[in-house]
Design a protein around this ligand. Structure first.
Ligand code: ZN
Length: 317
């Protein structure tokens, strides 16, 4: 079995998996990221890659694939722009190539996760597939005709930044108002809870420090029938459904899989959006897109980064 190191680089931690070409994970090395400066993050990436490479299970690994947030130049592996890390033109690929003799490939983390879910996860066997990773933001990737869409400058699949509420929405990390990510991510759910709070003066839902507020507690309150939680959840689900219907209009995929932290809401989330997605689907046959929960969970990024490396990167051939 061929093996590659698949690295999933996130804003708060980095994980390197030893991944087989059957999608199996043979070992994992993880480190928290506290300092988001380029040199500090590069050091954390090297630590987890070194850990993986020293592991006997990584013997004869053929490549290192890195999934990183932001817009990535596919040949050099430079991170052209990453709002998460506040990096511009960070030479991630080139700096790592100085350290390792193995080929290094870098691509956007959500594109990697899409490749992982499409090759080994819930999307296996589909020709037209979309993955959304819904966590603090919304990442995405589109498979069309069996191939991951890369786009002219590796920007295809930035579904999180199509605007769904340009006049009355929340400000997005990218600077625009009402992006899908600002409205329908875990952060979006918390913001919806604040937005409806004046209608629930006796609610204790948001009675804690802001950095201790999680989207999960708002979802749980909604599931338990709490009025404030439900009002926030309904607005969140309405915005999520709007974005999903737009994706269906653009791509008409067989399947849209919802991954990332918020997807642990599972069937509750799917039930909350299905009818509204159908209502908003006009020109594409209704029901022609299955909306499901992704399968690989937190492993999708590592498996996908390794899959991307096995393929020699995402550079269009
Ligand atoms: Zn945005």
């Amino acid at each position: 079995m061929r093996k590659a190191i698949g690295v999933d680089l996130g804003g708060s931690h980095v994980t390197a998996g030893i991944v087989g070409d059957d999608g199996s994970i043979l070992g994992q090395y993880e480190q928290d990221i506290e300092d988001r400066s380029f040199d500090a993050v590069l050091g954390a990436v090297k630590n987890v890659v070194d850990g993986a490479l020293k592991d006997g299970k990584a013997k004869d690994a053929v490549a290192i694939g890195i999934g990183a947030p932001g817009n990535i130049e596919p040949r050099s592996g430079a991170v052209l722009y990453s709002p998460n890390f506040l990096w511009t033109d960070a030479p991630l690929g080139d700096r790592l190539r100085k350290e390792y003799s193995l080929p290094i490939f870098v691509a956007n983390d959500a594109r990697c996760a899409t490749l992982g879910e499409h090759t080994f996860g819930i999307g296996a066997g589909t020709q037209n597939f979309v993955l959304l990773t819904i966590g603090t933001g919304i990442g995405g990737g589109i498979v069309s005709g069996g191939k991951l869409l890369i786009g002219n400058r590796a920007g295809a699949g930035e579904i999180g930044h199509h605007q769904i509420r340009p006049t009355d929405g929340f400000i997005c990390g990218c600077g625009k108002r009402g992006c899908f990510e600002a409205q329908a991510s875990g952060t979006g759910l918390i913001r919806h809870a604040f937005a409806v709070a004046p209608s629930f003066p006796r609610s204790k839902l948001l009675d804690r420090e802001r950095d201790k507020l999680g989207s999960k507690m708002i979802r749980r309150a909604a599931q338990a029938g709490d009025g404030h939680g439900l009002a926030a959840w309904r607005n969140f689900a309405s915005d999520l459904a709007l974005g999903l219907a737009n994706i269906i209009a653009f791509v008409n995929p067989e399947m849209i899989a919802l991954g990332g932290g918020v997807s642990t809401a599972g069937e509750f989330m799917l039930e909350s959006v299905r009818d509204r997605v159908d209502e908003l689907t006009t020109m594409v046959p209704r029901g022609s897109t299955q909306i499901v929960v992704a399968k690989l969970g937190n492993d999708a990024g590592q498996v996908g980064a390794a899959t991307m490396a096995f393929q020699g990167g995402l550079t269009p051939s």
